[in-house]
Design a protein around this ligand. Structure first.
Ligand SMILES: [Zn+2]
Length: 208
């Protein structure tokens, strides 16, 4: 069996190939926002012609965990990124994104969670799973785009115990603290916490 190249090598190789196509702001030209006059087929053609394989696109999932007793959110300080973000990560092969959010939260913080989401309609043969409250698409590096399902969750067990490989700190924080500039949350994390806090009353009432 040929040995599978480690993921980090694949990323480094792809970044090297892609680096010559970055614009002067270091952004991948085929991940740029659509502008008037763009057509989807043009964008895809450009991406395929520029580099073999095109950009890296990954599905991810994060859990915005809220403790109704203390009104606090659970965040981790990510070692490599140097800022506070909700627990989460890449959706693994054959994994459902709701499971990713639960698994990553337990691995990164030691906290077991239950996802809470507005009830969704179920049609023939569909499985009831928690609905994400947001879908975020952002660049995680040159030509590396993340499509991240955002789930709301409440703690149901466990205790704070961080995985030291990726996480340098973990804790519970009030919204006001997360929104303060000196706190050091990643861009948009405070906005998503504020957005979620407005929907929490309905989500906490909904039967999941
Ligand atoms: Zn990725």
């Amino acid at each position: 069996m040929p040995k599978k190249r480690p993921k980090s090598d694949q990323f480094a190789r792809k970044r090297k190939i892609l680096s010559k196509f970055l614009d002067d702001r270091g952004r991948c030209p085929h991940l740029r926002p659509l502008v008037a006059g763009d057509s989807c087929s043009e964008i895809f053609k450009t991406a395929e012609n520029l580099v073999e394989g095109g950009p890296l696109r990954h599905f991810c999932a994060s859990a915005y965990v809220y403790n109704p007793k203390t009104n606090e959110f659970l965040l981790i300080r990510h070692r490599k990124r140097g800022c506070w973000i909700p627990p989460g990560g890449h959706v693994e092969d054959n994994e459902r994104p709701d499971i990713t959010a639960i698994r990553e939260t337990l691995e990164e913080t030691g906290i077991a969670v239950r996802l809470i989401g507005a009830p969704a309609p179920l049609f023939h043969g569909e499985v009831a799973i928690a609905q994400p409250f947001g879908l975020r698409i952002y660049e995680d590096g040159p030509c590396h785009e993340h499509m991240s399902f955002l789930y709301a969750a409440i703690p149901v067990g466990g205790s704070l115990a961080m995985s030291e490989r990726e996480v340098e700190d973990v804790g519970w924080f009030l919204l006001e603290k997360i929104l303060s500039e000196s706190f050091g949350a990643a861009p948009a994390v405070g906005d998503w916490c504020r957005f979620l806090s407005k929907q929490l009353p309905q989500l906490l009432l909904a039967k999941n």
